[in-house]
Design a protein around this ligand. Structure first.
Ligand SMILES: O=C(O)CCC(=O)C(=O)O
Length: 268
């Protein structure tokens, strides 16, 4: 990505709460992703669409794309963490719901985590997390593309701004693009009025020092971690909290030091 494109996307996220990076995946990669999403959709009742980097090689590609990582790290720091990776197949007729902001289950937008002293205001001063949505299908006005409410990332209340749904805009994007948005931005799928499913991958990112949606260091398949190469840090091995005393803990490895290997649990 050229520097002026980078600055354009950064400014759009800062001012509008989202941006769209076009055409980062090839049509062949999207076609392979569709095959795999269809296979996993059939298994959806038993978690088929969860943590899909463990389930097909094509999805490992989604955290190896330099222009996206550059934007993610610009906002969340060099040690940003992948928080989950979920497949989405939005069928014909689906997507009639409203909008929401993410982080309401495990993040700073969780109503029960608001303290009295917060005065009912969520954190908007810094970007605490981003969501990214990969457009495995082209995203159009009619096929259930994500809609977003511009500037809603600056809204301090946990309640959606009045008239939010009416003022939201559909993220039109060519196949292979990725939508990047602030965790505070209200969004949701629009109504799929076509006869074909809309395919996407939902791929949120968080700061190193916040909790991810999964214990990624624990759930990632060891071979997937190995293949991640330099990018393995996105799984937060060094973000794991010690379960032994600190002097016995190897932070880089995310487990007891070699001298205390007998204290290791599970994967260590
Ligand atoms: O499927 C979409 O378009 C939106 C997904 C969504 O709401 C989310 O990832 O939180």
């Amino acid at each position: 990505m050229q520097d002026n494109d980078f600055r354009h996307h950064v400014t759009h996220v800062v001012e509008q709460g989202y941006t769209i990076l076009p055409l980062l995946l090839t049509s062949e990669e999207c076609a392979e992703a569709v095959v795999q999403l269809d296979r996993l959709y059939a298994l959806r009742d038993r978690g088929g669409l969860e943590l899909i980097f463990n389930k097909a090689r094509i999805f490992e590609r989604l955290y190896q794309i330099a222009p996206l990582l550059r934007i993610v790290r610009h906002f969340l720091g060099d040690d940003a963490l992948l928080s989950s990776m979920h497949g989405s197949v939005l069928g014909p007729g689906e997507g009639k719901g409203g909008l929401h902001a993410d982080g309401s289950i495990t993040g700073h937008n969780r109503a029960r985590s608001m303290a009295d002293d917060d005065g009912g205001e969520r954190i908007t001063s810094h970007v605490l997390a981003l969501n990214t949505i990969w457009c495995i299908s082209e995203f159009t006005d009619t096929n259930g593309a994500t809609r977003l409410l511009p500037k809603s990332h600056l809204h301090t209340s946990l309640e959606m701004p009045k008239g939010g749904l009416e003022r939201s805009v559909i993220a039109r994007a060519p196949q292979g693009s990725v939508i990047v948005f602030n965790v505070n931005t209200w969004h949701g799928p629009s109504h799929n009025q076509t006869q074909a499913p809309r395919y996407a991958v939902l791929n949120p990112w968080r700061r190193h020092w916040t909790r991810c949606e999964y214990e990624m260091a624990e759930v990632v398949d060891p071979q997937v971690l190995e293949r991640a190469g330099e990018e393995r840090r996105i799984f937060g091995i060094d973000a794991e909290a010690p379960y032994v005393e600190r002097w016995q803990w190897d932070r880089d490895k995310g487990g007891p030091t070699a001298d205390h290997a007998q204290l290791a649990r599970g994967k260590n």
